[in-house]
Each structure stands twice: as structure tokens, then as C-alpha cells.
Write a protein that binds this ligand. Structure first.
Ligand SMILES: NC(=O)c1ccc[n+]([C@@H]2O[C@H](COP(=O)([O-])OP(=O)(O)OC[C@H]3O[C@@H](n4cnc5c(N)ncnc54)[C@H](OP(=O)(O)O)[C@@H]3O)[C@@H](O)[C@H]2O)c1
Length: 238
């Protein structure tokens, strides 16, 4: 049965969000692709899928913007079956260590990377509740958000926002525990070649988007399994 999927952070054609959009469209689903500034790649894709792709402008750092986007989405679709919170941020200081890191950059990063996904969940909840197949929210996290396995001396912003996202995911899992039609997980997606200059990362974004799509379908109704998982579906250390 075709589903309606909302994916955030979908502007860049070589990044994960855009390739997830492509994979869901190719699979026959309807997609709300969110961006914060125009995307030529999405505009081209829209010519191919005029009825099944809706491009939504949404700044996940702003509650007003997210609420407005949810109202706009409700004019296009009666329900949302899956949200993939993929958008994230890192500051210019992300690779720096304590002496050189401007600590005032951490809170804005947490606002985007951790609060943003929950803002989206809250605003789109009326549409999620109308899902007939059972709604799933996937928060794209990272191994960098694991406190147990933390080894870095940098990523003060990125690591903190992903750890906070993991905490919010678990708290939402608890909150929706008794709702048989709602599930939420957070996923370390693996090291993906989402930057054209990065040839080291082993995973191709288009190929890997399909691996993730299949994983999310597998976990839709799994309310008793691990909450923080790898792209192979294995539990990851909080
Ligand atoms: N790539 C990897 O190897 C890897 C590894 C572990 C985890 N991850 C996670 O996987 C996800 C995708 O990674 P990626 O490398 O493909 O990321 P990316 O392209 O850098 O994606 C970030 C997207 O988020 C958007 N964004 C930033 N701030 C926003 C805001 N305030 N409101 C709305 N959108 C905003 C950006 O928009 P603009 O395009 O307008 O800047 C961008 O399109 C991320 O959550 C990342 O943390 C990736």
C-alpha cells in the first residue's frame, strides 16, 4: 500500500535526504520533501513526479515555520505515515576543541538537530494520527550521539545535539508506549558519501537510501525492539 512520507533536509542531490526522496518516489509512495531554500534537483524531480512529490519550505529551528508547514501539508494530504527527521546542522567550529570552540554555538545546533525533529513530530501529529498503516517517526542520529562510545575531543555541538536527539527519541517512545499506531526510533545511518569531496566514506547515498528504506519498513511496528539502532538494525550504545 503506498504511504505518505515526510523527509526533512532534502535540498542537496548528493546527500541522504534527497536520495531517500528518490527511493520512496521510485517505490510508488507520496513524498513531502522539506527544504529551507530552493533546490534545483527537487524542482527537476517534481517534473517527473508532479502528483506524488510536494516540496515544503520549513525551517525546523522555528516553531512558527514548522507549524505553518504542517498546515500547508494538511492541504495536500489527509495523513502522514512516516516522518524521517534527516535535517541537521553543525557549526563552523565543529572540528575545534575547547580552547578554540565558541560555546555559544552549541545551543543553536541543539535547537536544530534535537529540538527540530520533535517540533516536526508535534506539529505533524494530527496527520500522523490519521495514518491507517500505523505511523513511524525515524530520527536520523549518529554514532557521534552515543555517550557510551564517545571518544572524540571535538564535535561539541554535533555530538551534543545527537545525544539530545537520542534522549528525546526515548522520551517520545515512552510517551507513545501505549499507542499501537505509533512508533519511533533513532538510527545511526552509517558513513555515507554525502559530500562530493569525501571519497573515503564507504556508503553511496542512493544505494544506501534503499537499505534504510527497507530497514524502516521492517521496524514500523516493532515497539519492543531496540530504539537506537544502526543501519544494519543492530542496537547501538546510548
Ligand atoms: N553523512 C554521513 O556520513 C552521516 C553519518 C552519520 C549521521 N549522519 C546524519 O544523516 C543525516 C543526513 O546527513 P547528510 O550528510 O546527508 O546531511 P546534509 O545534507 O548536510 O543535511 C543537512 C540538511 O539539513 C538542512 N538543514 C539545516 N538546518 C536546517 C533548518 N534549520 N531547517 C531545515 N533544514 C535544515 C540543510 O539544509 P540546507 O541544504 O539548506 O543547508 C541540509 O539540507 C543527518 O542527520 C546527519 O547528521 C550522516
Amino acid at each position: 500500500m503506498p504511504q505518505t512520507v515526510l523527509i526533512t533536509g532534502t535540498r542537496r542531490p548528493y546527500a541522504l535526504g534527497f536520495n531517500l526522496v528518490k527511493r520512496y518516489l521510485e517505490h510508488g509512495d507520496r513524498v513531502l520533501a522539506s527544504i529551507r531554500r530552493p533546490s534545483e534537483a527537487l524542482e527537476k524531480l517534481q517534473l517527473e513526479y508532479p502528483d506524488r512529490l510536494y516540496v515544503l519550505t520549513m525551517d525546523i529551528a522555528s516553531t512558527a515555520s514548522v507549524n505553518q508547514a504542517a498546515q500547508e501539508a494538511a492541504r495536500w494530504t489527509d495523513a502522514v505515515d512516516l516522518i524521517i527527521n534527516n535535517a541537521t546542522t553543525a557549526s563552523a567550529d565543529t572540528m575545534k576543541e575547547l580552547p578554540d570552540f565558541d560555546l555559544d554555538l552549541i545551543a543553536p545546533a541543539v535547537n536544530v538537530g534535537a529540538v527540530g525533529p520533535i517540533r516536526v513530530l508535534k506539529a505533524f501529529l494530527p496527520l500522523l494520527k490519521k495514518s491507517k498503516m500505523g505511523a513511524l517517526v525515524v530520527n536520523i542520529s549518529s554514532e557521534a550521539g552515543s555517550i557510551g562510545k564517545c571518544y572524540r575531543t571535538f564535535y561539541l555541538d554535533y555530538g551534543t545535539e545527537k545525544a539530545a536527539l537520542n534522549m528525546l527519541t526515548m522520551t517520545m517512545r515512552n510517551y507513545f508506549r501505549n499507542d499501537p499506531n505509533f512508533n519511533i526510533i533513532c538510527v545511526h545511518p552509517g558513513w555515507i558519501r554525502t559530500n562530493p569531496d569525501n571519497h573515503e566514506a564507504p556508503l553511496d547515498p542512493y544505494e544506501h537510501a534503499e537499505t534504510l528504506r527497507l530497514l524502516f519498513e521492517d521496524r514500523r511496528h516493532d515497539k519492543n525492539g531496540p530504539v537506537f539502532i544502526t543501519y544494519e538494525g543492530k542496537p547501538y550504545s546510548w
